[in-house]
Design a protein around this ligand. Structure first.
Ligand code: AMP
Ligand code: ZN
Length: 120
């Protein structure tokens, strides 16, 4: 499995940097965002280093499918029974800050803002 020495999420996946873990198995991991944008805000990452959805391809389909397939279970465990939002920032235009693919799962007791950028 390809991991990068200096990538912060690879380091979290290797256990070198502590995280508030939500879930972990051989292929993926979920942990709470360090700067939450909602009352519940966790990230789901593959352990393999893939920069983003632009760089992902069909060799990643199993882990990407498992990440999507886990979200409902993890959301239920976090009490997000009334719904949540999943965000995947990609590249400069998507304002990605950490270049290791991650799904943001955001929720809480109240409806979130619209989240859809308006056309200019
Ligand atoms: P983005 O790349 O813009 O989709 O967002 C990266 C997210 O990673 C931000 O919401 C950060 O707060 C979060 N983040 C950065 N470092 C850590 C860390 N060590 N533990 C948990 N979350 C982090
Ligand atoms: Zn990485």
């Amino acid at each position: 499995m390809t991991t990068h020495a200096d990538c912060i999420f690879c380091r979290i996946a290797r256990g070198e940097i502590p995280s508030r873990k939500v879930y972990e198995d051989d292929e993926l991991m979920a942990f709470h965002d360090i700067q939450p944008s909602a009352p519940v805000h966790f990230l789901v990452i593959p352990k393999v280093h893939v920069e983003n959805l632009y760089d992902a391809d069909l060799q990643h389909q199993q882990v990407l499918g498992r990440m999507m397939g886990m979200i409902g279970t993890l959301a239920r465990e976090q009490g997000l029974d009334d719904g949540f939002r999943v965000v995947v920032n990609t590249g400069r235009v998507g304002r990605q800050e950490v270049y290791h693919l991650h799904l943001h799962v955001l929720g809480g007791p109240d409806p979130l803002g619209s989240g859809m950028p308006r056309r200019q």
